[in-house]
Design a binder for this molecule. Structure first.
Ligand SMILES: C[S@@+](CC[C@H](N)C(=O)[O-])C[C@H]1O[C@@H](n2cnc3c(N)ncnc32)[C@H](O)[C@@H]1O
Length: 204
C-alpha cells in the first residue's frame, strides 16, 4: 500500500462521508437495525451515534487501521457497546448464525470481492436476520452507465478502490439474499456518483 492509499485516502473518505446530506440516509438505515449488529466497513464510525435502543451491541469491521483509529474515538459517542475488528469483509471472524442485522452504508462499492463478502454476511446472519444497506451504484440511464464504466478505472485508483458501476440490487440478490424493500434515490451532484440503492434484504 502506498502513502496516498495509507494516509490520504482515509482522510478523504472521512471528509466525503461526513457530509450532512448523507445523515437522513444513515438515520433511516441504522434506525431500523435490531439486536446484535455487524456493520461492514465502518470507516470513521459516522453511524455509531445513530444506533438506538433496539440495538444490543455493534461489531464494527474495518480493514483500514487509520479509519479504525478514527472510529475508535467516535465509539465513545455511542449509546450501545461497540467492538471493533481490523479485518476485511471477505473473511469475517464470527460464528455462523450469530448476527441479527448486518449494516452496510456506502461500502459494497469498495470491497474488492463483494460476492465473497456477501456470502460471509449471509453466513453470519441468523436465518431471520436482515441486511440493511444504502449504497451508490450503477445508474439506470444507459448514457450515464457508459460514463460510469469509462471513469471507473480512474476513479477507483483515486478513491481507495471505490467502484462507480456496481448494480447493487443484482449484486445483493445474486449472492444469497432476497431483497424485501428497495428505494432508488438520486442525490445532487455528478450523475455518475449519485444514484443510490437503499433497502433491506434477508438470507434467501
Ligand atoms: C466510502 S467508505 C464508507 C465508510 C462508512 N461505511 C460510512 O458510511 O461512512 C468505504 C469503506 O469500505 C471499507 N472497505 C474497503 N474494503 C473493505 C473490505 N474488504 N471489507 C470491509 N470494508 C472494506 C473502506 O475501508 C471504507 O471504510
Amino acid at each position: 500500500m502506498n502513502c496516498y492509499q495509507q494516509y490520504i485516502v482515509p482522510r478523504l473518505t472521512h471528509f466525503a462521508m461526513r457530509q450532512n446530506y448523507l445523515v437522513p440516509f444513515r438515520r433511516r438505515v441504522v434506525g431500523t437495525a435490531e439486536g446484535n449488529v455487524l456493520e461492514i466497513g465502518i470507516g470513521s464510525g459516522l453511524n455509531f451515534p445513530l444506533y438506538g435502543a433496539t440495538v444490543t451491541s455493534v461489531i464494527g469491521l474495518e480493514p483500514s487501521s487509520q479509519l479504525l483509529r478514527m472510529a475508535d474515538t467516535r465509539a465513545s459517542d455511542a449509546t450501545v457497546p461497540i467492538r471493533l475488528l481490523n479485518v476485511s469483509a471477505e473473511a469475517i471472524p464470527l460464528d455462523a448464525n450469530s448476527i441479527d442485522t448486518v449494516v452496510t452504508t456506502w461500502t459494497l462499492c469498495t470491497i474488492p470481492d463483494a460476492p465473497r463478502a456477501l456470502a460471509e454476511m449471509r453466513r453470519v446472519l441468523k436465518p431471520a436476520g436482515r441486511l440493511l444497506f444504502v449504497e451508490h451504484g450503477r445508474a439506470p440511464e444507459p448514457g450515464v452507465a457508459r460514463w460510469q464504466d469509462r471513469l471507473d478505472p480512474l476513479w477507483s485508483g483515486l478513491a481507495g478502490g471505490c467502484h462507480l458501476n456496481r448494480k447493487m440490487d443484482d449484486l445483493i440478490a445474486n449472492n444469497g439474499f432476497r431483497i424485501d424493500t428497495m428505494l432508488n434515490v438520486r442525490l445532487p451532484g455528478p450523475r455518475t456518483h449519485t444514484f443510490l440503492y437503499e433497502g433491506s434484504a434477508r438470507p434467501a
